[in-house]
Design a protein around this ligand. Structure first.
Ligand SMILES: Cc1cc2nc3c(=O)[nH]c(=O)nc-3n(C[C@H](O)[C@H](O)[C@H](O)COP(=O)(O)OP(=O)(O)OC[C@H]3O[C@@H](n4cnc5c(N)ncnc54)[C@H](O)[C@@H]3O)c2cc1C
Length: 412
């Protein structure tokens, strides 16, 4: 797969038009925090018929589970991108959104891809119907809650959020999560917690809970002030003895140590989404720079006639093609169920670095104008840095890939 299929090209074109007409004008307010992105996300889903595109596939999954046709423990679930029939299309949507607003793309990806994906692939038929369907079709917004104040890269080892089994059945969830994308507006939180039966934390299984906004004991902090991704509200979320029934346990049963593999699978999905964000950032930087070097004149000539500037254009061009190829391979892997975890980890790290470098090069090409808010390039530089931190930092992802390639034991 080395070029976009017709369907993805078409989707890309309509999303780009929507970004220009609707998303771009909202950026100043989104960045200032005076407008939350959630209504816009819902509007986008309506405009592009996500209900038909994704909802149909999710409903099929529900029917399959109810008919007993599949064993949810064995079939691995149906990934949202695959369910759409064309994983490339989802990458193109994220790429187009990221050209204008990587933060909006991230909020959308976390809700539909990460939360919707986990619910649809791991949930029971009832859970998919109640939570997976409205989240996959963007009628509701989801947050994915793994990170804690003292558990970042060491997400499992240091996790202190616990679910205590209650005598009459169900659980009491207590703990806090931080840096939670969509936290300020989410309807549903997918929360990772250790099952606490009194044994030491290292031996406790990890389970995923579906928590609704407004449940007694759930509180959400105010949006953080951030360097970038300002159009993606991030907050803390607190759980104080939140009473949950077994119907809130994703999949309907505890999985012991396998609960950690489910989380790692979600992390893999999250990492697979980062290169398409990098793709959008780099493509915008390349397009804007190419135009600028043709238009901008200094010393009586277009700056594109200066060799130092020309080298930067080739550099951006190669970064663009490199990240495109990463996304093509990821889409091909998703389409063909190819598992190449070291590639997912390492290519996420590489795509993130390419995006940061490209945004800084684009500012250099634009000179002082690149530093000004108006052109939107400085925003891409601020936003791109998050790609090197979220979904596992660059070093964590490269080290994980190395361990997987060499075959040494993976740490927690
Ligand atoms: C804007 C934003 C949105 C986010 N959204 C979400 C979300 O929706 N849900 C969620 O659960 N989380 C989210 N995160 C959290 C993100 O995944 C974490 O920030 C990330 O995993 C790193 O954890 P940390 O920030 O605690 O850094 P730490 O783990 O404290 O790392 C600090 C530094 O130490 C390095 N380091 C740590 N351990 C090792 C090691 N063993 N070997 C080598 N180097 C190491 C790291 O690479 C890093 O450079 C978000 C973060 C941000 C900034």
């Amino acid at each position: 797969m080395f070029q976009l299929d017709e369907q993805s090209q078409m989707v890309g074109q309509v999303i780009r038009q929507w970004c220009q007409s609707t998303l771009a004008p909202a950026i100043p307010e989104l960045e200032a925090g005076t407008l939350m992105p959630f209504d816009l996300m819902k509007k986008m889903a309506k405009t592009f018929g996500f209900d038909a595109m994704l909802g149909g596939a999710v409903k099929k999954r529900i029917a399959k589970l109810r008919s007993g046709d599949v064993n949810p423990d064995e079939d691995g679930g149906e990934k949202i991108g695959k369910a759409m029939g064309n994983p490339m299309m989802m990458h193109v949507v994220v790429k187009e959104l990221s050209r204008v607003s990587p933060g909006f793309a991230m909020g959308f990806g976390v809700s539909v891809g990460l939360v919707g994906g986990a619910l649809v692939s791991k949930g029971t038929a009832d859970q998919i119907e109640k939570y997976g369907l409205p989240i996959s079709t963007m009628q509701q917004i989801g947050s994915w809650c793994l990170t804690e104040p003292n558990a970042g890269s060491d997400a499992f080892g240091s996790m202190r959020t616990t679910a205590r089994p209650l005598e009459g059945g169900g659980y009491a969830l207590t703990g806090s999560k931080t840096f939670i994308t969509n936290g300020p507006g989410a309807d549903v939180f997918l929360v990772y917690a250790k099952i606490d039966r009194g044994e030491p934390p290292a031996g406790q299984g990890v389970a995923t809970f579906i928590v609704e906004r407004g449940m007694p004991g759930v509180t959400v902090g105010p949006p953080f002030k951030k360097m970038g991704m300002r159009d993606s509200p991030t907050s803390e979320v607190f759980f104080d003895d939140v009473k949950l029934g077994v119907e809130h346990l994703l999949g309907g049963k505890e999985k012991g140590s396998a609960g950690r593999s489910d989380t790692k699978e979600s992390l893999g999905n999250e990492r697979s989404g980062v290169p398409s964000m990098a793709w959008g950032i780099i493509e915008r930087c390349y397009d804007a720079s190419l135009q600028y070097v043709r238009d901008r004149k200094q010393f009586g000539r277009a700056i594109g006639e200066f060799q130092a500037v020309q080298l930067k254009i080739t550099d951006l061009f190669l970064k663009l093609r490199t990240v495109e190829n990463i996304v093509f391979r990821l889409a091909w892997m998703q389409q063909n169920n190819v598992k190449d975890v070291p590639y997912i980890n390492a290519s996420k790290a590489m795509a993130a670095q390419l995006a940061v470098d490209a945004a800084l090069i684009a500012i250099q090409i634009h000179g002082g104008y690149g530093y000004m808010e108006e052109l939107g390039i400085e925003k891409l530089a601020r936003d791109s840095k998050l790609l090197e931190l979220g979904a596992g930092t660059t070093d964590i992802n490269l080290l994980a890939a190395a361990r997987q390639l060499i075959g040494v034991t993976e740490r927690e």
